[in-house]
Write a protein that binds this ligand. Structure first.
Ligand code: ARG
Length: 560
């Protein structure tokens, strides 16, 4: 239940909308005065009264009920108290009944969301820079599905361009079939790097010719290309499996080869194409952007051309409600251009395209740079996290069963959580020690909290969870209850803002509140009258925490 909304709808201030009132309502740092507070200072001007008088008048008008049991005015603030018993009963019964569906919704029914994420480049390294798009996109996929949307996950493969001609040329000169077969993408990548540092002018020429051959359907060139592509996909799929990431479509740039012409024709018909130094462009000067390149002077298409064709295709195929692009902020301009060109083409659905931009990930030691050939492969980062997790588990709980499987969940979870915990637009510095800390704001901490709840539940056999007639609720319990009640809104908020970090932060907040409750209050050894509710709270926390982590793509080991 959204208390802010509930309260805001019951307050009338002339000239101020209920949404604005809702946005002003806050949870006070100290809940002695109330669970929610509305500062009335902003209304003083409109109402020509002092905030103190306004708060008093609003308090007098407010009708309490079994949701909000108390209202008071103090120093220009209106303070609200939630009916604790009512809330506890409704939240716990709702979670016990809906289980992992608690927080889900049908608000998205009948609507489709396309999400373009991960979108790896064939034959190029899948490095730590791809972590964010992969896990952000996957989390958004899960969040929107949870809210009832049909989601189409698209891996817009970077499988088009002159670099594939270069690769074939390099392979022809220096390649060794067995080596490539054995070492897969690593060998392929080395060939590519070698071409970029050692290719002669003749080889450059040859590369252009090979690219033309791929385009014209030449058998040998295409076989090699397909081989490199399948080696790349083999590698990335291994990582996707570990991260629990899935796609519904792998239609990459190449897929649009024969789908660009209609877009180019339409651009021309609508008078949007202009010649500029031999190239065909859409002039965007009056929108404060450089021109969007559509065709090079040699007639070749560009990244933007293929993205325009892809947008047409997605609209026609999926009739999306929203089409998201989870791509680094370096491509801000590219997407602004694409969306603007679609708008100029008269596509009213261009307003439904969203660039979900995110910041850079680097490692603590500064390693990241691809240019110097010093690439940090994503798989190595994951492996290192799993290894370190195993070490910690060995120390903490040497007798644990299935240590390797637990370490996998913890290590992978640490990587995912580390990438999702901060607001997505922020650049992050990835630190192994930080993401694997049991005490910090980490996935491990949340997983450990689940294990703790699990072990309580495992010992509770036969104990009742039926709440008594009259509930006595301590502050620690009530904090947990409020947090549990906030889950559905956290999920919706994360979807509205395309911000999985809201769910990640929620998971940490719920974990912290549960742990405080766990350490301050007895659960199984509690008095008869409060034991059922404490056990019910423990079960509810486990359910919701698992759901929250699940939405991020993080699994929860039973024991740790
Ligand atoms: N392959 C591109 C890159 O690595 C990302 C593609 C994003 N998706 C898109 N439709 N442009 O930079």
């Amino acid at each position: 239940m959204d208390y802010r909304k509930y309260i805001a709808e019951r307050i009338k201030v002339d000239g101020v909308g209920s949404e604005e009132i809702q946005s002003l309502i806050a949870v006070p740092p100290n809940t002695d005065m109330g669970d929610y507070a509305l500062p009335c200072f902003r209304f003083a001007k409109a109402l020509k009264k002092s905030p103190v008088a306004i708060a008093q008048a609003l308090a007098a008008d407010f009708v309490t009920d079994d949701v909000i049991s108390e209202v008071s005015a103090l120093n220009g603030y209106l303070n609200f108290r939630i009916d604790k018993q009512g809330l506890m009963r409704s939240v716990l019964s709702s979670i016990a009944e809906k289980k992992e569906a608690y927080g889900s919704s049908d608000m998205g029914n009948g609507k489709t969301i396309c999400i373009d994420y991960s979108s790896v480049n064939i034959a190029k390294p899948f490095h730590i820079g791809h972590l964010s798009t992969t896990v952000l996109g996957s989390a958004l996929y899960k969040i929107f599905s949870f809210l009832g949307y049909r989601v189409v996950g698209i891996n817009h493969l970077g499988d088009y361009g002159t670099q594939f001609g270069k690769l074939i040329s390099a392979y022809k000169h220096w390649g060794d079939r067995d080596d490539v077969q054995r070492r897969g993408i690593f060998a392929v990548n080395e060939l590519y790097v070698r071409f970029n540092t050692q290719a002669t002018e003749e080889m450059e020429q040859e590369a252009r010719e090979y690219f033309r051959l791929i385009e014209s359907g030449d058998k040998e060139a295409n076989e090699l290309f397909d081989w490199f592509k399948s080696l790349t996909l083999e590698y990335v799929n291994r990582i996707y499996d570990r991260l629990g990431v899935k796609f519904d479509s792998y239609n990459g740039e190449r897929f649009y080869t024969d789908k660009m012409q209609p877009v180019i024709d339409e651009l021309r018909e609508k008078g949007l194409l202009k010649e500029s130094e031999g190239a065909q462009v859409v002039d965007l000067e009056q929108y404060g952007m450089p021109p969007c390149l559509i065709l090079r002077s040699d007639g070749a298409s560009l990244y933007a051309t293929r993205d325009l064709a892809a947008a047409y295709y997605r609209k026609a195929t999926y009739d999306f409600y929203k089409c998201l692009y989870v791509v680094a902020y370096q491509q801000n301009l590219h997407f602004r251009q694409i969306f603007k060109v679609l708008e100029l083409l008269g596509k009213e659905w261009s307003k439904d395209m969203v660039h979900v931009a995110y910041g850079m990930v680097s490692l603590e030691d500064g390693a990241m740079s691809t240019r110097k050939g010093k690439v940090v492969w994503l798989e190595d980062v994951i492996n290192k996290c799993v290894e370190k997790a195993l070490k910690v588990i060995d120390e903490k709980n040497p007798d644990l069963e299935d240590k390797q499987a637990v370490a996998e969940k913890v290590g992978v979870g640490a990587v995912i959580f580390g990438a999702l915990y901060n607001n997505k637009i922020k650049d992050i510095v990835f630190s192994y020690d930080k993401v694997l800390s049991f005490e910090g704001e980490t996935g491990v901490y949340c997983q450990y909290t689940c294990a703790r709840a699990n072990s309580v539940i495992a010992k509770s056999d036969g104990m009742s969870c039926v709440l008594p007639e009259k509930l006595e609720i301590c502050p620690q319990e009530f904090e947990v209850i409020k947090a549990l009640a906030a889950f559905p809104d956290a999920v919706k908020d994360a979807a509205d803002k395309y911000e999985p970090s809201i769910v990640a932060r929620y998971a940490v907040d719920l974990s912290q509140k549960f742990n405080k409750f766990y350490f301050d209050c007895k659960i199984l050894a509690a008095e008869e009258n409060v034991r059922p509710q404490r056990l019910a709270i423990t079960k509810a926390c486990l359910t919701v925490l698992k759901s929250a982590l699940g939405l991020l793509g993080i699994g929860v080991p039973e024991k740790m």
